[in-house]
Design a protein around this ligand. Structure first.
Ligand code: HEC
Ligand code: HEC
Length: 336
């Protein structure tokens, strides 16, 4: 919770990150071309391995993820808004659910979501299992209920037998949640150029991406976007050093972010810092989908989170670094 008390904290870590970057010995070593080793203290970490999971449960989860018949009118699957072939998003400013209804925020990716410390822009779900209840019942998404979902799954011979094979107690709400969540736990985008670089392959990053990584650290992006998911491990205000919402205008309830969960005034306009893995694939950006390009998103971040303007060169190199965070997507039809 302390991390939410941003402004000061964010700026303090930002400055700490800057001075550390400029003075510490490992940096000089890296400038000389050595890739970081496990021993050097990088603020970003490699993706972990997919945990051991039951392939039958994962395969069932994959099927459920693509199943349109779970929705009220049989038209919308999870995959409609989280298309695994396009980075786990739908590419829309706001998603369209059952009956053409529009949601209030931009759809984040399901790739690597398992690594986020909480789910949703406002962090209102603690786990993937808990998260699943929201799209199922949201009138602007699948607009249904677990009662209907379970009735469908029990009546469908294919699903009934797949559940029976995966779980001793067959079709239950907890099992459906577990299968979807375990499938999502497999959606880690391995083998990005940046992960190969972290593993010691110094040629994995082109010089521009390498320069961009240094800029990402030295200007202070890394104070918020850090760890193994390059984000996803803290809450921060959107607009630490400028009033983003006043400048954008038309403030909606969804813009209140974490405040909608805690009703604590200090949490107004506070959001979970998103992961930047695969971010080159997931335009448009921000909870409001307001930035159409990465260049725009990076400049907005520099201005409102860091209070600075980046040169075109700096923006270009940061984008090259962000592109190096794109890893392998799940293959269509891949088995459990
Ligand atoms: C109509 C579009 C739509 C459908 C269908 C949908 N989602 Fe989402 N999903 C969203 C949006 C929009 C958000 C962000 C909502 C928020 O943060 O308030 C989201 C958030 C998520 C998140 C959180 C990711 C993060 O980084 O916080 C996960 C995980 C997720 N959805 C999985 C699923 C699963 C599993 C299903 C199917 C049961 C599903 N979604 C169905 C649009 C959709
Ligand atoms: C003080 C914390 C903080 C700092 C510093 C920061 N960010 Fe962010 N970043 C956030 C938050 C919070 C969001 C989510 C904002 C929203 O949409 O509500 C975000 C969103 C983003 C997004 C959009 C991701 C998406 O999926 O929509 C990008 C890209 C991004 N940041 C890049 C950067 C870069 C590059 C820097 C450095 C120039 C930076 N950030 C500095 C907190 C920060």
């Amino acid at each position: 919770m302390k991390l939410e008390r941003l402004g000061v904290v964010a700026l303090a870590c930002t400055l700490a990150a800057c001075s550390e970057t400029k003075s510490s010995a490992p940096r000089a070593e890296q400038r000389a071309g050595a890739a970081p080793t496990a021993a050097s203290r990088e603020p970003l970490e490699a993706l972990p391995d997919v945990p051991p999971l039951d392939p039958k449960i994962v395969a069932l989860g994959r099927r459920l993820f693509h199943e349109r018949r779970l929705s009220a009118d049989g038209s919308i699957a999870c995959a409609n808004c989280h298309d695994l072939q396009r980075g786990g998003v739908d590419g829309q400013v706001r998603s369209t659910g059952v009956g053409g209804k529009q949601g209030a925020v931009n759809a984040p990716t399901v790739y690597n979501a398992a690594l986020n410390f909480v789910q949703f822009w406002d962090g209102r779900a603690a786990t993937l299992e808990e998260q699943i209840g929201f799209p199922v019942t949201n009138p602007a998404e699948m607009a249904t209920s677990f009662e209907h979902v379970l009735a469908f799954l029990k009546a469908d011979p294919g699903y009934a037998s797949a559940f029976a094979a995966a779980f001793p107690n067959g079709v239950t709400e907890a099992n459906a949640r577990r299968a979807l969540a375990d499938f999502e736990r497999t959606l880690l985008t391995r083998d990005s150029p940046f992960d190969r670089f972290l593993a010691g392959d110094e040629h994995a990053l082109a010089p521009e991406a390498r320069a961009g990584y240094e800029t990402f650290k030295s200007v202070g992006c890394v104070a918020c976007h850090q760890g193994r998911n390059v984000g996803g491990n803290m809450f921060q205000r959107f607009g630490v050093l400028g009033d983003y919402f006043k400048d954008r205008g038309n403030v909606t309830e969804a813009d209140y972010g974490r405040f909608n969960v805690t009703h604590n005034e200090a949490d107004r306009f506070v959001f979970r810092v998103p992961s930047l893995r695969n971010v080159a694939r997931t335009a448009p950006y921000f909870h409001d989908g307001s930035a159409a390009t990465l260049a725009q998103a990076v400049q907005v971040m520099a201005r409102y989170q860091l209070g600075r303007k980046l040169s075109d060169d700096q923006v270009r190199s940061i984008i090259a670094f962000l592109q190096s965070l794109s890893g392998e997507l799940a293959r269509a039809g891949e088995k459990g």
